[in-house]
Each structure stands twice: as C-alpha cells, then as structure tokens.
Design a binder for this molecule. Structure first.
Ligand code: HEC
Length: 251
C-alpha cells in the first residue's frame, strides 16, 4: 500500500512542478494543430525573427516543411536564412559564450520550449514586453521579470508604455456591450505596424507553431486518432449483429 501511495505521489509531482512555473496570471490560448495556415505563418515568424538567436536543434527543416505542407524548394528559398541545407538540423551559428556576454544569459534552444513552459505562458510572454529604461535593452517583461531578451517584435507590436495586465478578464461596458479594458497592452511609447488584434494573432500563430515543434508526432496521432475511432464505430456494427446471432438460441 505504502509503495502504491509513493508511486502515486510521484505520478502527480510533475503537475505541481508545472504549476509552480510562476505566479503571474496568464492569458489563455488553445493550440490548433490542424490549422496548417496558422502553423505556416508561425513558422515564418519564427524563422524570420527568432532563429537569429534561438536554435531548434532537435528538429530538421525538412520534417517541418513536410508536416506543414510547405513545398521543400519554397521552404529552402524563403525560410532558411543561413547556408544550411533542407535536410539539416535547425542549428544556429551564435556561440553560447558570446551570447552570454551580449545578453547576460545565452538564448536557449526552443525546440521543447512549449512543453517546458506551456502555450499560455509563451502567449503571455510574447505579449508581455513593456518599456523599462532601467533595463539594458529598454524593456522588461510582465511574465519573465528582468529578461535578457530584447523585444524583437517591437516593430510589429510597438513598445508598450506600462506593464501589461496578463490574464485579466475583459471588462465589458454593460450599456454598449463593447470591451473597454482587455488583457495586454493599453498604450504605447512607440507605435508598431500592427493593431493589437493583428499582433495577438501573429503571436497565436507563433505559439501554435512552437507547440507543434515540441511534439511533432502529436499532429499525426490526432489525425490517426480520428480514423481509429471511425474504425471502431464501423466495427461495432458487425460485432453487434454477431453478438445478437450468437445469443439467439440461448434466450
Ligand atoms: C537578439 C537575440 C534574440 C532574439 C532574436 C530572440 N530572442 Fe528569445 N531570448 C534571447 C535571450 C538572450 C534569452 C534569455 C533571456 C534570459 O534568460 O534572461 C531569450 C529567452 C527567450 C525565451 C525564454 C526562455 C526560457 O528561459 O524559458 C523565450 C520563450 C524566447 N526567448 C522566445 C523567443 C521568440 C519566440 C523569438 C522570436 C520572436 C525570440 N525569442 C527571439 C534572445 C533573443
């Protein structure tokens, strides 16, 4: 009995480790691995804006292109910015020791980041940068305090003037039904090229892509799962009649 209890305690332990990831309320996002267009857009954002510093070295370009249904030549021409070949691992040239000098901490590999932090955390983090002149790159983050990463998407989002309220319930004006206050940024010190909604969507796609990267086989299992269920439903029909036939003489 004791053994069983100990085993059970260990089984639920990872859930607590995850919950202890931070006490900041997070905005919620629901990944959709069937939305190929969203995944493709997310991949494009990642290759353009993140791979200068972050590798995804446990994955190969070719697998990503195939899973996301992007023709290999198109992917190689437009989304690989180093001289890497399509069959290679998604490595980068930046040396961790150099990077540590520049940023305080080296940018970690992000292949499994969505499994480490979870989609809600990533979605809130990428929308959580705000102006803080006391920091080396002029920004801080509401989810990751004193982060060493610059706000690389400031051109799109702009720079938020105040610490954004993550995880806040939207407040609706009871008369007009319009949302008067939402989570995320309220006002900006520098304007970006996107509206708040467009930026949120870009980050949704980016995080969706990172969730796919953390577990590429999940996409396959989800599709396969539907066929398996359909198979079981069809199998049920002959099984039902066979069962009836067998018991006919008994009753
Ligand atoms: C100029 C280099 C640079 C670029 C470009 C960059 N990052 Fe970072 N990033 C960093 C550094 C440095 C850290 C480590 C910060 C620290 O630990 O203080 C980091 C940390 C992170 C973390 C947190 C890792 C953790 O500790 O769990 C995430 C998530 C992240 N980056 C996502 C992104 C995404 C997504 C993009 C593209 C939109 C991006 N980064 C682009 C430098 C960069």
């Amino acid at each position: 009995m004791k053994k069983i209890l100990v085993t059970m305690a260990f089984a639920v332990l990872p859930a607590f480790a995850f919950a202890a990831g931070g006490n900041v309320p997070l905005d919620h996002m629901k990944p959709d691995l069937e939305d190929k267009v969203s995944l493709q857009k997310g991949a494009a954002t990642f290759m353009n804006y993140c791979m200068g510093c972050h590798s995804m070295k446990y994955a190969r370009y070719e697998r990503v292109a195939t899973d996301l249904e992007i023709p290999l030549e198109l992917f190689e021409e437009n989304l690989i910015f180093s001289d890497a070949k399509i069959g290679e691992l998604m490595n980068i040239a930046m040396q961790p020791s150099q990077a540590k000098n520049w940023f305080g901490n080296p940018p970690p590999d992000l292949t499994l980041e969505a499994r480490l932090r979870g989609p809600d955390w990533l979605y809130s983090y990428m929308r959580g940068f705000y102006a803080d002149p006391s920091r080396p790159y002029g920004v801080n983050n509401s989810v990751f305090k004193d982060v060493g990463m610059p706000h690389v998407l400031a051109g799109m989002q702009g720079v938020c003037a105040h610490k954004p309220d993550t995880g806040a319930e939207p407040q609706v004006d009871p008369l007009s039904g319009r949302i008067v206050k939402d989570s995320g940024c309220e006002s900006y010190t520098t304007k970006g090229t996107m509206t708040k909604e467009e930026y949120d969507e870009t980050i949704y796609d980016l995080v969706n892509f990172m969730v796919y990267m953390g577990e590429p086989s999940r996409m396959e299992s989800e599709t396969l799962g539907k066929w398996v269920l359909l198979f079981l439903v069809i199998l049920f029909i002959p099984a039902y009649f066979l069962n009836k036939e067998y018991w006919k003489d008994v009753h």
